[in-house]
Design a protein around this ligand. Structure first.
Ligand SMILES: CC(C)(COP(=O)(O)OP(=O)(O)OC[C@H]1O[C@@H](n2cnc3c(N)ncnc32)[C@H](O)[C@@H]1OP(=O)(O)O)[C@@H](O)C(=O)NCCC(=O)NCCS
Length: 207
């Protein structure tokens, strides 16, 4: 009999989403080398739960938690008009000289749209979802701006519920966006009108 607890999760079916300037493709374990220069930066990792990643083995572990499993929906972002430097080390967007050009917003809008297409409606079999949540550290104003530009609304603040080894504890903020054709109001998720936990729709599983 198979040892279910020790089974290595499988990679999801590969997917490519193209936007005006970007190619988003399913994150793969082989992206570790390309990601290391990004996830080794304190200015990037300060907004996550982890210390900067210092070597390739750690980078592979970091990636395996994000690239494997049936519900995984994570993407590497490549510039469409930039030639690849090699077939195994794609030129992944994310280093600081690319910040402020609207890439994160363009990518997020595309992922939100693809995710709503992939998720069933909440009314179908009780397993679907009609909204997506985004969460950032309360001080991470750039990420909050990206969420707002992509159509998310601020909903609530979690008190001292985010912890980063470099920065310690801080508040976090929760943003949500409703499926096209639905509103946060009808889902009971309007800012300032959030009901008690018992009235909230279930939290989407994919992050
Ligand atoms: C957050 C991040 C992904 C944004 O990427 P990006 O490609 O620069 O995003 P965009 O260009 O689409 O939009 C950034 C917006 O944030 C704004 N912004 C940047 N820094 C800001 C700050 N300190 N305060 C307020 N707004 C800020 C920009 O002005 C821009 O808004 P605008 O278009 O209205 O001018 C990038 O900064 C990053 O990777 N940061 C480090 C890691 C991180 O924060 N990861 C996310 C964890 S939740």
């Amino acid at each position: 009999m198979a040892d279910v607890d020790n089974a290595i999760p499988e990679a999801p079916a590969p997917m490519v989403i193209e936007t005006e300037r970007l190619r988003l493709r399913t994150l793969q374990l082989t992206d570790a080398e390309a990601f290391l220069p990004i996830i080794s930066r304190p200015e990037v990792m300060q907004w996550t739960y982890q210390d900067p990643i210092t070597d390739l083995e750690q980078a592979e572990r970091w990636l395996s938690a994000r690239a494997l499993g049936p519900d995984v929906f994570n993407f590497a972002i490549e510039l469409r008009d930039r030639p690849q430097t090699s077939t195994t080390t794609p030129d992944i967007v994310g280093v600081c000289d690319h910040f402020g050009k609207g890439f994160a917003t363009e990518a997020l809008r595309a992922v939100v749209s693809a995710l709503f297409e992939r998720m069933p409606l909440a009314s179908i079999g009780g397993t679907g979802f009609d909204y997506i949540e985004g969460r950032t550290a309360a001080d991470n104003k750039a990420s909050q701006r990206v969420l707002e530009k992509a159509g998310f609304s601020y909903c609530e603040t979690g008190l001292q519920d985010f912890e980063n080894p470099l920065r310690g504890k801080s508040d976090s903020v929760w943003y949500r966006i409703a499926r096209p054709g639905k509103t946060l109001r009808e889902l009971g998720l309007v800012p300032g009108e959030v009901n008690g936990d018992g009235d909230k729709p279930p939290t989407p599983p994919i992050q």
